[in-house]
Design a protein around this ligand. Sequence first.
Ligand SMILES: [Zn+2]
Length: 428
Amino acid sequence: MSTAGRFEEDEMTDDVAVPRGTNATQLGNFNETVILHAIRRADGVSRVELGKATGLSPQTVTNICRRLLDEGLLVEGEKTTGGLGKRRTQLHIDASARTALGAHIDPALTTVTTLDLVGKPIDVERFPTPDDPEKAVAKIARVLKRLIAESGTDGVGVLGVGVGAPGPVDVARGVICDPPHLPNWRDVPVRDELAAQTGLPTVLEKDTIAAAVAETWAGTFTDGCSAIVLYLGTGIGAGLVIDGEVVRGTTHSAGEAGHLVVDPDGPPCACGLRGCINVAASPRALVEIATHKGVLPAPGPDDNLDSRLGMLYDLADAGEPAAREIVRRGAAGVARAALTIGNLVDVSRVVLGGPYWPRMSAYILDAAPTALEAATAASPLHPVALGGTKVGENLGAIGAASLVLDHAYTPRPTRLVLGRPERTGRSA
Ligand SMILES: [Zn+2]
């Protein structure tokens, strides 16, 4: 037996990933998502235009549209006049045909939302995150069930539940592992618990990844572009979008930015460096610095991060010099981090959002030109646009629900790939 033959045989029997094939069903499903995507982006498009936009044959477009109309996902709208005077029926997504539920577990606040099929929020509810994870999950399940009941749909058309939580999360097991600002949340099987309590398929992702999915689903980025979404929560994390795809990473933890040094003369960090985002520029860090310097008084019993960050920014807005210096330095750090990460993955857009973005935005946008100048000097290939979220408030919860829509309807080549067969006769 030749060496080449033996090598090939080894490859077939070892755990080496061999590309999988496709079949007509997979192809049909993929083309269906391509058509839905094109209609969603255009909001009003004829079958002829769909053929041109997607490259699919007129017959394929007609068949898929008929199927989607039958399923209630599309509605026919007005007729427009085409080039040769032929009337063309415009197709739209029926936004009410499906809903997706989302829950964002932030250390301070949990937000639950319902989205329609085009990703527009129908309902939002917020409550302080209970310290006890069991109580928190039960409360989320109750709110989800109430939102479904209030929607009057009797649960028909509900696609599932997405959960966004601070990392690290174990996506394969659906478990929140041990997030730094949620001290009691160690190995909490949130996905399976919520699925059991709601009876709905449930998916879990890190919140910054969910935020990037939300912006991508909402059409913030042109198809195929690379971008980062910087999420300003209790800490700061990045969601990476490369060539139009949200990057998950080996353990679904891509975008951990907490120990990126943004201020070399800043406070010392537990990791041994100085001036990491975690200790120099995150909302929590700014409040800690201000408290340490006596710019903010010692916290009262009812104070929380939200109220104290508000106090700090009110002082800065009023022109208090020490407060201004703290928030400006923090803002410069955030802008620098955004563009450093942006350069690393060669992006054209940097989008900022999250619960503390509205409060911090003016200072960060002020600091952006200087940071942009430095970033352009380091990587002068093309300009980078930096701006606020298109999704708006509740980016984390909308991101969580967008995970469900994305899973069901985003056209991606991996949809073409057949699943791997069950392995037999082998032990792990
Ligand atoms: Zn650090």
